[in-house]
Ligand binder design. Structure first.
Ligand SMILES: [Zn+2]
Length: 328
């Protein structure tokens, strides 16, 4: 019997750089020699497809080849342009790049990156202790949130590829603490642990509009990743809509407004997000649920992905059936 499934392996990348020769070797990225090995593996074992092929299959106009694989790059890092683009061209593969609007429209550091860099520069135990002390200092009339012990018990747990302290620091500063306070504490910690200004790092870290334009000229696909890189599923409806509208407006040149692709920051979305982006012309949505997608069964706006660490030379997780990892 013919297999009615349309399996699609989606590999997710963030930083792609020559880690040993980079300023912050502690940053969690895919080292370029390993990326090349991975592309060799894909060339020999998979059919790398384009986003246009995925859209056509999701809309029933065609079928994907067997062992279809899609390459996705989140957050708009300049190292994707410097290191990944030349390799993708060499192998003849398309990459899909999902770029938060703020990174190139304002050249301002996203909180998510501030936190990555602090984690790369600081001792994790000391950093977590520092953060807890600040939380206790700021808790009071202006900022209200649960006791530090309670939050540590809930969020101080091992993450997928890291320990309890970095997971705790990320959760507190990405979503748990009140937004204004998150900005204040992130900036304080950034100043304490990093020897560079936020502005200089932002220019160093993200692609410029010219680079994004160049990606497109070289056949790459560009999609949405919010404006401010918020947890969209946790935002009030009006703020969620505002963030997506802003992203659509600065990304206008790079996307097809009638058929664009959404990549939810942190994999966070809810029914309100889904119905809003559908009404705005989104046709595909990428989540961070960790398993192989099936275009015949999965909803097009909720496709699961795998991490690049789920493939050789890092691991063989991609062979597993069903959900590979559940976010706590
Ligand atoms: Zn992201």
């Amino acid at each position: 019997m013919e297999d009615s499934r349309q399996k699609l392996y989606i590999s997710m990348y963030h930083y792609t750089r020559d880690l040993k020769h980079s300023r912050y070797p502690g940053i969690k990225g895919l080292d370029i020699p390993l990326f090349r090995q991975q592309l060799d593996f894909f060339r020999d074992n998979f059919n790398v497809v384009t986003m246009e092929q995925v859209i056509d299959s999701a809309e029933g106009r065609s079928r994907l080849p067997d062992n279809a694989l899609l390459l996705t790059f989140d957050d708009g890092y300049a190292d994707n342009y410097t290191y990944a683009l030349p390799l993708l061209e060499e192998y003849g593969f398309q990459g899909s790049f999902f770029i938060p609007g703020k990174t190139f429209a304002e050249h301002r550091l996203l909180d998510v990156n501030k936190i990555h860099y602090i984690l790369a520069a600081a001792d994790h135990k000391k950093l977590a202790a520092d953060l807890k002390e600040k939380m206790d200092r700021y808790r009071g009339a202006e900022y209200d949130f649960p006791p530090t012990d309670e939050l540590w018990a809930q969020y101080g747990i091992d993450g997928r590829f890291e320990g309890a302290e970095p997971t705790f620091v990320k959760r507190m500063l990405q979503t748990v603490l009140p937004e204004r306070l998150r900005n204040i504490i992130s900036s304080e910690l950034f100043e304490k642990y990093m020897g560079v200004s936020e502005e200089v790092l932002a220019y160093e870290l993200y692609m410029t509009e010219d680079m994004i334009r160049t990606l497109r000229r070289h056949g790459m696909f560009i999609g949405l990743h919010g404006y401010d890189h918020y947890w969209l599923g946790n935002l009030p409806e009006d703020k969620m809509r505002e963030d997506i509208e802003k992203a659509l407006s600065v990304m206008d040149e790079f996307i097809d407004r009638d058929r664009w692709v959404m990549n939810y920051p942190y994999g966070s979305y809810n029914d309100g997000v889904l119905s809003f982006i559908r009404q705005k012309g989104a046709c595909i949505g990428l989540t961070t649920e960790v398993r192989v997608a099936d275009l015949a069964a999965d909803k097009p706006l909720e496709l699961p992905r795998l991490d690049c660490n789920d493939f050789p030379p890092k691991s063989e997780n991609y062979k597993k059936d069903g959900v590979i990892y559940e976010k706590k």
